[in-house]
Design a protein. Structure first.
Length: 537
């Protein structure tokens, strides 16, 4: 895994005795931008589906594909013939439809012949009969007639539908043969146009996973979504995937005589992960393995994705402002967690939460941080500004500047020379107010505005009751205000303007006291202030 990139810059301004630059304080951390690049899609454990695709294209058979991803396993036969799949729960009403006559049987054994067409039911399970509506004893099992299948709210399913009341709502379970269930799963998991050996590998993996992960303590075996496997019913079936299911009928992956929990996912990025790294428990056949076969995947490598610190704070539910981040990797290269530095201290976020909260494709990621810290006050013309920070983990960072921040005006100041720890220090003497940022391939840090003020000096002229001064650079016509301290405030005494040679003067009744001159902000120049001049009389 690539090292974490941190670009954290702070301004340290060297001042001279002639300058009115205030003493520097610690900079305020700026807004961080996180640069995320990654590899693969999915949790990374078990069989890479794009890897299976690559192996099939290279001439491998489905049993060889499965043996590659599930170390030390073998193929065997499944004993289970039927599954109970949860299709819906928490529903107030559903509609079951058949194009042929069908029948419903309740828990008391009462049969309710039903004509073809729709049957609307609520949690009361009131069924029409020749003698009028009758309330069935739950659960109510609806069986298809000869030929046509049953549809639930317009989606057709093989097998039977079981309806039960649960806390005032309806629960619907599909009682379906194992092989019919798989026909509705495999086509939803991989493209039906893939090579037949890849489809067969997916069929065996899906069959094994379904049997190894049956839900305990529930009135069903499997969910119809990602909590188990996505089950689309008849609507999801394709001839090629159905053929793969039939060609491998009953076959499962075994380890030590038991059905293996055959985790699978889209894309490995070049290496699978171990169950210990991702799930926190070791499984002998779910270990990290090189996976050179999935390069055809559009998600083999992806990014960069740019995510602002405020987005990270909000989506991860962090209480304090996020300032920085470093990844804690696993041996397989994916992250175990992300360590966040916040305004309140350090906190850690599990990689699984990071992936789901930020919508990342996997946890095999590198995280860069681009940040420019904010310094108070302007830089006096002629003073040195030192941009210091860290550039780690991404190649060839450069410093760029722009007078106004518009896209077409950025130009490279120069490369950042870093030490072995990625730190750098770059002195600059800016000649005007400008914006600065760090640029790397695919990203740039939030811009930092460095304001430059003119250097202004004030002195007592040879002529009585006159104060004079100079401004650099020569800001002809700039407004100058001369002030005298009155207690804790400053009183305006005179106004003048800068001459063509950069000088100015003001006549006023001088008395002992503290004086200063201010050059008003003009154009891109910040306000300039002289050091205090003490007049003794």
């Amino acid at each position: 895994m690539r090292l974490l990139l941190v670009l954290s810059l702070s301004l340290v301004v060297a001042t001279t005795a002639a300058s009115a630059q205030p003493s520097q304080v610690a900079p305020t951390p700026g807004e961080a931008l996180f640069v995320v690049s990654g590899r693969g899609w999915g949790h990374g454990v078990g069989m890479s589906q794009y890897g299976a695709y690559g192996m099939a294209n290279a001439g491998y058979a489905y049993d060889e594909i499965l043996a590659n991803y599930y170390t030390g396993t073998e193929l065997g036969r499944a004993g289970t013939k039927q599954l109970r799949v949860l299709l819906a729960e928490g529903r107030r009403a559903i509609t079951v439809t058949s194009t042929a006559p069908y029948v419903a049987v309740d828990a008391a054994g009462t049969r309710f012949p039903l004509p073809r067409g729709p049957l609307a039911l609520t949690q009361k399970l009131v069924v029409p009969t020749e003698k009028g509506p009758a309330r069935a004893v739950p659960p109510l099992v609806i069986r298809p007639g000869k030929g046509p299948s049953l549809s639930l709210d317009g989606r057709p399913y093989r097998g039977q539908l079981e309806l039960a009341s649960e806390k005032g709502f309806l629960r619907v379970v599909n009682i379906v043969p194992l092989e019919s269930y798989l026909q509705g799963v495999v086509a939803g998991e991989v493209p039906h146009s893939w090579p037949s050996e890849a489809l067969k590998a997916q069929a065996v993996a899906a069959r094994s996973y379904a049997l190894a992960t049956r839900v305990e303590g529930k009135p069903f075996d499997l969910y119809s979504d990602v909590r188990s496997q996505v089950y689309l019913g008849i609507a999801g079936e394709k001839p090629s995937t159905t053929a793969a299911v039939r060609a491998t009928a009953g076959q499962v992956v075994l380890y030590g005589g038991e059905i293996a929990t055959t985790y699978y996912f889209s894309t490995s990025g070049g290496k699978t992960a171990s169950a210990a790294d991702v799930f926190g428990f070791s499984v002998p056949y779910l270990v990290s393995r090189p996976d050179p076969w999935d390069k055809a995947s559009p998600y083999h490598r992806w990014g960069p994705i740019l995510i602002g610190a405020r987005t990270v704070q909000s989506k991860l539910g962090v209480a304090s402002r996020v300032l920085d981040a470093t990844g804690v990797p696993t041996p397989s290269g994916r992250l175990r967690s992300l360590r966040l530095q916040t305004a309140a201290g350090q906190t850690s976020v599990p990689a699984s939460l990071l992936r789901t909260a930020l919508g990342l494709r996997s946890t095999w990621i590198s995280v860069g941080v681009l940040r420019l810290d904010q310094q108070r006050g302007a830089v006096v013309f002629g003073s040195t500004v030192r941009l210091a920070g860290i550039a780690r983990g991404l190649p060839s960072p450069v410093l760029s500047s722009s007078p106004d921040g518009s896209a077409s005006t950025w130009s490279v100041v120069g490369p950042l020379q870093r030490d072995s720890n990625g730190t750098f220090s770059l002195p600059l003497t800016p000649t005007r107010t400008a914006r600065y940022r760090i640029e790397v391939e695919g990203a740039s840090s939030p811009a930092l505005l460095v304001q430059v003020a003119p250097r202004v000096q004030l002195r007592q002229a040879a002529t009585a009751d006159t104060l004079a001064g100079i401004v650099r650079p020569r800001l002809k016509g700039a407004e100058v205000t001369v002030e005298r301290r009155q207690g804790a405030s400053w009183e305006q005494l005179a106004e003048t303007r800068v001459d063509a040679d950069g000088s100015f003067s003001a006549e006023l009744a001088l008395v002992a006291g503290s004086y200063r001159a201010r050059v008003a902000k003009t154009g891109t120049w910040a306000e300039g202030v002289t050091p205090v001049l003490e007049v003794t009389g």
